[in-house]
Write a protein that binds this ligand. Structure first.
Ligand code: WQD
Length: 353
């Protein structure tokens, strides 16, 4: 059975870590990416980390003919689908953009898989499908209630997968529901480089630590949490990547170990508040992160923590890294990224027309 895996969106933040983990575990990852939210240079850094050459196909997952050529040419045995837009705010401003890109990307990819006889899929889903969970920790039986068009596309793609699994007996899928991925590879060579205004806490903390922002806005301190600030289940991106390798391994071992479409939470089972994150990041960078308490962010839930028991039972996976390591790896990556930017050759001065 082929160890070649096509990663749609494989040059992105999560994707680059999954590619690195797969190559290091002896799989043969192939990257498909349109570089809409990633850089081609990340492939060289993945190869520097792993010592493996990683084929790269520049293109869009919505180009079904391109995907089919890639599946055939590289004799792909499984697909990891990470491509798509992922901003909650942007999706609220432009839901049709999210439906057009995220849903059509999934349709194109699964159609290409069907046409090429590729039957194993791992889908990058999200804990955002649970919305404000009534009980914590959240397990996979918790009701889903999406609170943004972004979350709706994740849930709709999961439901599309249900229908495809029902229609095609050989087709199987694992939807990995990420909690809050943060941190960077221990090498400092790959990590998150958000384009434009970030959405999430960690990129804001980094910008306050570098002085790019004067302080971190803490969205509310009147939640029912230990210190009143929002509580989340942050998971080191390397732990998250290992979860993908485990899912692909169990899928390859054979049917019957997993449901035909298995939904699995990837989280640590531990929650941390915003103030705890700021203090941990302060320990990583050696100085206090400036912060200012402001009002709640509309749509925020007070707390979200995973029950990671199913991942342990079915995949033999559990998170290994704690919050301090997440912050340390993020800070090391940030410093090395800044050094790379300083070393980057200045763009040639083009003659003024
Ligand atoms: C975490 C906590 C904020 C920014 C995201 C999105 C989506 C999903 C992961 C994949 C909350 C607080 C944040 C800031 C703050 N990704 N915060 N000041 O809320 O879980 O949402 O989850 O699906 O990206 O749904 O993560 O990082 O946005 O916020 O105080 O400047 O930090 O209120 O409590 P969240 P987040």
């Amino acid at each position: 059975m082929s160890d070649s895996v096509l990663l749609a969106g494989g040059a992105g933040y999560i994707g680059s870590h999954v590619v690195t983990a797969l190559a290091s575990a002896g799989w043969r990852p192939v990257i498909l990416d349109n570089f809409d939210n990633s850089e081609p240079e990340v492939v060289e850094r993945i190869e520097e980390i792993t010592g493996c050459r990683v084929p790269l196909i520049e293109g869009d997952v919505r180009d079904r003919a391109l995907v089919e050529r890639a599946l055939r040419r590289h004799r792909i045995g499984a697909v990891v689908h990470l491509a798509g837009r992922k901003s909650v705010n942007e999706s609220a401003e432009d839901p049709l953009l999210y439906f057009a890109e995220n849903l059509s990307g999934a349709v194109s990819l699964m159609t290409a898989m069907r046409n090429c006889g590729v039957s194993r899929l791992v889908f990058s889903s999200s804990a955002t499908v649970y919305g404000a969970a009534e009980t914590l920790p959240v397990d996979e039986t918790a009701p889903t209630r999406v609170t943004s068009p972004y979350g709706r596309t994740k849930l709709m793609i999961e439901e599309m997968i249900d229908d495809c699994v029902a229609a095609v007996p050989e087709f199987s899928a694992v939807s990995l529901r990420y909690f809050n991925p943060v941190g960077a590879h221990r090498s400092g060579l790959i990590g998150e480089v958000p384009r434009g205004l970030p959405n999430n806490l960690f990129p804001y903390v980094v910008r306050a630590a570098t002085g790019e922002l004067p302080f971190v806005r803490v969205f509310g301190n009147d939640y029912p949490t230990p210190d009143g600030t929002g509580l989340r289940d942050y998971i080191h991106v390397e732990d998250l990547a290992r979860g993908h390798v485990a899912a692909l391994r169990v899928q390859r071992e054979g049917p019957g170990l997993l449901a035909r479409h298995q939904r699995i939470n990837l989280g640590t089972g531990r929650g941390h508040t915003v103030l705890e994150v700021l203090d941990a990041f302060g320990r990583a960078c050696g100085f206090r992160i400036p912060r200012r308490i402001v009002g709640r962010r509309p749509g925020d839930v007070a707390a979200s923590v995973a029950d990671p028991g199913l991942a342990q039972r079915l995949l033999g996976w559990q998170a290994r890294h704690g919050l301090d390591e997440m912050c340390e790896s993020q800070w090391i990556f940030q410093q090395r990224h800044a050094e790379r930017l300083e070393r980057a050759p200045a763009l040639p001065h083009l003659p003024v027309p």
